[in-house]
Design a binder for this molecule. Structure first.
Ligand SMILES: [Zn+2]
Length: 204
């Protein structure tokens, strides 16, 4: 534990939170910190899910159109696709790679989108290895709500860094909302390392 964080609830009351350094957790020797706020689990219940699957209600389309990358947690933009921090990370550094276009299915991508989605995914992997040295990485796309997609209407590929032993607390972390401030710290670290993460030495 390295300190206390203060957040305000809807009534303006301070909510106590605790920032734990991940070095305190077994098997998670990474560069990021984790905010441990189990009381915030009451806020997790789909309240941030879009009211309907249309583009105007889509948080990914909002991020795509935003001109403030820090506020929208965008790490890198390409011509057809971009990558941003997952607001509900399974692990620190959990990225999403997605097309700018509001399309649901992998088969709907143009060739150019599909190629760049792959290129950005590869560079996201290099950057994560450069910044936080994970032991492994999960890549995956959930196609349809029944397959686990939180925002099924806008295709997104997960890039999840993994560390030995992290499965021990994944179920807890998956239900814990990290605060944007910490996500932005991670975003900044990854955005700054993006172009440098090109050497073969970064590949495990
Ligand atoms: Zn969208």
């Amino acid at each position: 534990m390295t300190g206390a964080a203060e957040q305000l609830d809807s009534a303006g009351q301070a909510i106590p939170g605790v920032i734990e350094d991940t070095f305190d957790h077994p098997g998670v020797p990474d560069a990021f910190q984790r905010l441990w706020v189990p009381h915030r689990m009451v806020y997790i219940g789909g309240q941030d899910k879009p009211e309907d699957p249309s583009a105007p209600k889509c948080p990914f389309c909002r991020a795509a159109a935003s001109d403030d990358d820090a506020a929208s947690l965008v790490v890198r933009r390409g011509s057809h696709c971009f990558t941003l921090m997952n607001l509900y990370p399974y692990n620190p550094g959990h990225l999403l790679v997605l097309p700018y276009r509001h399309v649901a299915d992998y088969t709907e991508l143009t060739d150019a989108e599909r190629i760049e989605l792959g290129e950005i995914t590869a560079q996201a992997m290099r950057t994560l290895r450069h910044v936080s040295g994970p032991d492994g990485i999960n890549l995956g796309m959930n196609q349809g709500e029944v397959a686990g997609a939180g925002i099924a209407a806008h295709l997104h590929q997960h890039v999840v860094p993994r560390w030995r032993g992290d499965a021990n607390f994944l179920p807890i972390v998956a239900q814990t909302k990290a605060v944007p401030q910490l996500l932005d710290d991670a975003r900044q670290a990854l955005a700054q390392a993006w172009d440098a993460a090109n050497t073969a030495a970064d590949v495990k």
